[in-house]
Ligand binder design. Structure first.
Ligand code: AMP
Length: 226
């Protein structure tokens, strides 16, 4: 990636902050690309799914409220997740921006975010991936219990990033994946038009190698900022 830091230049455009949303069906590669972008832009990647799973693992009040909802592949209520994200993006590590993975997931959440951010987000990267590819990817992936890194089902049972255990998320079982996809099409996909109308959308083909997709992401961001 040519530019390494929010507060620098991107594709020849000067930027003080970089507020990015990753939009796409579950399993479309948002987490993988978000982790790379976070390193190159020096802004935190905020995954609401990871935050909620951590709350469940730590048995916090929030975790106790959302555990069953997550395992069933349903959406947690808008007001709850909006307050979680508002608190998170107000922290000092978001001073130069952030990358949101998994939020917003409904038009109501998108509108709530617009109210909190007077100048809106900078770019929304939409990973366009077919339902068939999503089902194959999710049913065939393992997740690290400790750091959330994902792997295709492989012989090893340990994460090569942090050494944590790999497991299949309950909500990655095929029947639950189909429910998550249905919810995505009904509630989340309308956000594609919402952000396209605002001129913020970078639509990219989310199928192919990680490297090819990263290249498309870079070009997509530069185009929206130009
Ligand atoms: P993810 O890891 O992004 O697939 O999220 C896992 C689960 O967390 C989802 O299936 C939902 O149950 C819940 N979740 C995460 N983000 C949101 C959100 N923005 N709105 C509602 N539910 C969410």
């Amino acid at each position: 990636m040519k530019v390494s830091c929010a507060g620098g230049a991107y594709g020849g455009v000067r930027v003080k902050q970089m507020k990015i949303i990753l939009l796409g069906p579950p399993g479309s590669g948002k987490g993988t690309q978000g982790a790379e972008l976070s390193k190159s832009l020096h802004v935190p990647e905020i995954s609401t799914g990871d935050m909620l799973r951590q709350a469940v693992a730590e048995k916090t009040a929030l975790g106790q409220q959302v555990g069953d909802v997550i395992n069933q592949g349903c959406l947690v209520p808008d007001d709850l997740i909006i307050s979680v994200i508002e608190e998170r993006i107000s922290r000092s590590d978001c001073g130069h921006g952030f990358i949101l993975d998994g939020f917003p997931r409904t038009i109501e959440q998108g509108e709530a975010l617009e109210k909190v951010l007077p100048d809106s987000v900078d770019v929304v990267i939409y990973f366009n991936v077919s339902s068939e590819a999503v089902v194959a990817r999710l049913a065939g992936r393992l997740t690290c219990r400790k750091c959330g890194a994902v792997y295709p089902k492989v012989d090893t049972s340990l994460c090569s990033v942090c050494g944590g255990d790999l497991y299949q998320r309950e909500d990655d079982m095929t029947s639950t994946v189909l429910r998550r996809l249905e919810l995505y099409r009904e509630h989340t996909e309308p956000l594609v038009s919402f952000y396209r109308e605002k001129g913020k959308l970078a639509e990219i083909d989310g199928e192919g190698s990680v490297e090819d997709i990263a290249q498309r992401v870079e070009e997509g961001i530069a185009q929206v900022l130009a």
